[in-house]
Write a protein that binds this ligand. Structure first.
Ligand code: SF4
Length: 376
């Protein structure tokens, strides 16, 4: 990978207390491996981040960063902070699960320099949390947000999941209402999907549980978008919504194609041009390789060719409120490829570029695929 001048630093903490039924992120529930894996992550930070590296954002995701014991949390954070020079008021986010947000932990996170928490609420209903395989209760989620606010965290985000099997629009409206009551300035809302090799995929295949239905998710999504507009929130990405001025800087930076360095098993990095890097999705392999700094068998580099780069731009940028800028098309005739969507009012095309519109947000994948295969 070329010299590192990242806008953001991502830290993937590959541990969770429990496996959620629907999740296909990289994580392990073998918490006893935490000390060795965190030691390897510190080593990776030392290898890949030169001293005095400027950065605009720091984001710890996973997995569940809030499962780290205090000693490992402090040790990993210390290495990062010694090497990175964060801009004044830089956004420093920690993904946390509600059951970990105790007064002591929240005070620790704040004293260690974090100013934003993204809280994995998913639902306020205990029966839905049980179905998802989440260990917390709806009440824990409310307490977590209140505790974070009491400790001085203003920049808070809540994750919610919609389109659950057996749910109706009324349930989703109630969930969103409960999130609003907590007055966080940011919400992320994701449709439940059945990803291959998850417990949910297995149970659906065996007929043990109902699969989520697209029409149900579409109804929740369209209502939610309209409601967020009505409340004057900034619907800045298909799954991300903020009060004006509270967009997530780190994630926005990904969607704009800015360079970032990702540390930890399963983390990705991007050089801002054409090169991606993927660390191995296996905690033991990662930890053993870093213990001896043994060459390159713990990550892969991928150079995107022109078409791959274009496809990726279409997929990510169409999901932003600003849409796909004309410069990205690079002489491809997207006006022709997307004419039918524009005629149907599902897209807007103007001097700036192309944006999804109305129910076009439900058709993002089909719209994107109409652009694939176009040569410059
Ligand atoms: S959804 Fe989050 S908490 Fe649940 S298993 Fe996946 S990474 Fe872990």
């Amino acid at each position: 990978m070329s010299a590192v001048h990242p806008k953001g630093i991502y830290v993937h903490v590959p541990f969770c207390r429990h496996a959620c039924r629907y999740c296909d992120f990289h994580f392990s529930t073998l918490l006893k491996q935490i000390p060795e894996v965190v030691a390897a992550m510190r080593r990776e930070a030392e290898l890949r981040i030169p001293h005095e590296t400027p950065a605009r954002t720091l984001y710890w995701g996973g997995g569940t960063p809030s499962v780290l014991p205090d000693a490992e949390f402090r040790a990993l954070n210390a290495v990062l902070r010694q090497r990175i020079v964060l801009e004044p008021d830089a956004e420093c986010t920690l993904e946390v699960n509600p059951e970990d947000v105790t007064p002591d932990r929240v005070a620790l996170w704040r004293s260690e320099g974090f100013n934003r928490l993204s809280i994995g609420v998913q639902s306020f209903r205990d029966d839905r949390l049980d179905w998802m395989g989440r260990p917390h209760r709806g009440k824990d989620a409310v307490d977590a947000v209140r505790r974070a606010q009491d400790a001085g965290f203003e920049d808070l985000s809540i994750d919610l999941i919609y389109g659950l099997p057996g749910s109706g629009l009324g349930e989703w409206q109630d969930q969103v209402g409960r999130a609003f009551e907590l007055e966080t300035p940011h919400l992320s809302a994701y449709a439940l999907t059945v990803e291959p090799r998850t417990a949910l995929a297995h149970d659906v295949a065996k007929g043990r549980t109902e699969a989520p239905r697209d029409e149900r998710a579409a109804e929740d999504f369209m209502w939610f978008r309209a409601e967020m507009h009505r409340q004057a929130w900034d619907a800045y990405e298909v799954s991300n919504y903020a009060k004006p001025g509270w967009r997530a800087v780190h994630n926005s930076s990904y969607w704009q194609g800015d360079p970032y360095v990702g540390l930890g098993p399963g983390a990705h990095s991007f050089d801002g041009h054409r090169q991606r890097r993927a660390n191995v999705r296996n905690n033991s392999v990662y930890q053993r390789a870093l213990a001896v700094a043994s060459g390159e068998d713990w990550f892969e580099l991928e150079d995107l060719n022109d078409q791959e780069w274009f496809h990726e731009q279409v997929l990510t940028q169409l999901r932003r409120a600003e849409g796909l800028p004309r410069a990205v098309a690079q002489r491809r005739d997207l006006d022709r490829a997307w004419a039918k969507w524009v005629r149907q009012g599902l897209m807007v095309a103007d001097d700036q570029g192309w944006r999804l519109n109305g129910e076009g947000w439900l058709w993002a994948d089909a719209i994107a695929s109409d652009a694939f295969g176009l040569e410059p």
